[in-house]
Ligand binder design. Structure first.
Ligand code: DX5
Ligand code: ZN
Length: 239
């Protein structure tokens, strides 16, 4: 039996507060022929939560997976899951992903017509409500929603594919968001996604990232536990 959305996130938040930044492995490049086994391997390797990339082939070029796979991951996972929606009109499917058991729902600001309303809807459904911004979207666009959202995910690659090179422009955005948060006394969490490796994780943690998504750096390693431990060690030393 999985804990309710709020409770699973509270465990993740407690880990963050006690130990510093956490790595959330992205499943995108994992072996989908053995999905439940991959979930089990990642959680046994110490993953504090899992990141699921839902792409519709329209908002981004690639089509990945949808509700059925998210539900399967939910059944297999013991810890929290983040659903990163890279879809057109995300408003039309947030209820379904909330019911599928997302602990964090992350929607792209660029795809929303009424961000305040969407954030309210997401929070009322149970999951934490995070806003993602693509590399071309300035922090100023998300600023009006910083008190209404639970987190901001700064994309450090163009959304759409795993294994791309880190875009260092994300560092200035993370620093700007961290400064805004302390200035305003807001409580949103800072997240980053794309191109995270042993080379880049220290810089994003130093800039304020707390939830650090890592796809290829974990999945393409031979030893998930070693990869997660090393990445988190580097992040926590730099934070
Ligand atoms: C890209 C996705 C990422 C991706 C990360 O659109 O949002 O979550 O899986 O993969 P890496 O860490 O390989 O860039
Ligand atoms: Zn993602």
């Amino acid at each position: 039996m999985n804990p309710p959305a709020g409770q699973a996130f509270d465990q993740l938040a407690a880990t963050l507060d006690a130990r510093g930044p956490v790595v959330l492995p992205a499943l995108l490049l994992c072996d989908f022929g053995h999905l439940a086994r991959e979930v089990e391997r990642l959680e046994s390797a110490g993953a504090a939560g899992l990141h699921l990339d839902v792409m519709d082939g329209r908002f981004v070029p690639q089509l990945t997976y949808g509700l059925v796979v998210v539900e399967a991951v939910r059944r297999a996972a013991r810890g929290p899951i983040e659903v990163h929606l890279m879809v057109e009109q995300p408003e039309s499917c947030i209820e379904a992903y909330a019911k599928a058991g997302a602990d964090i729902l992350t929607v792209h600001l660029e795809g929303l017509t009424d961000p305040s309303r969407t954030l309210e809807t997401m929070k009322a459904l149970g999951p934490r409500a995070h806003l993602a911004i693509s590399p071309g979207t300035p922090v100023a666009r998300v600023e009006p929603y910083l008190d209404a959202c639970d987190g901001v995910l700064v994309m450090s690659v163009e959304p759409g594919f795993g294994g791309q090179a880190f875009n260092p422009a994300a560092l200035a955005k993370l620093s700007e968001l961290a400064a805004l948060r302390s200035h305003r006394g807001s409580a949103f969490r800072l997240a980053v996604d794309g191109g995270i490796s042993t080379e880049t994780i220290g810089a994003v943690a130093a800039a304020g990232a707390e939830l650090i998504v890592a796809g290829s750096a974990v999945i393409r390693s031979h030893d998930y536990a070693r990869a997660i431990t090393e990445l988190e060690h580097l992040a926590r030393s730099a934070a």
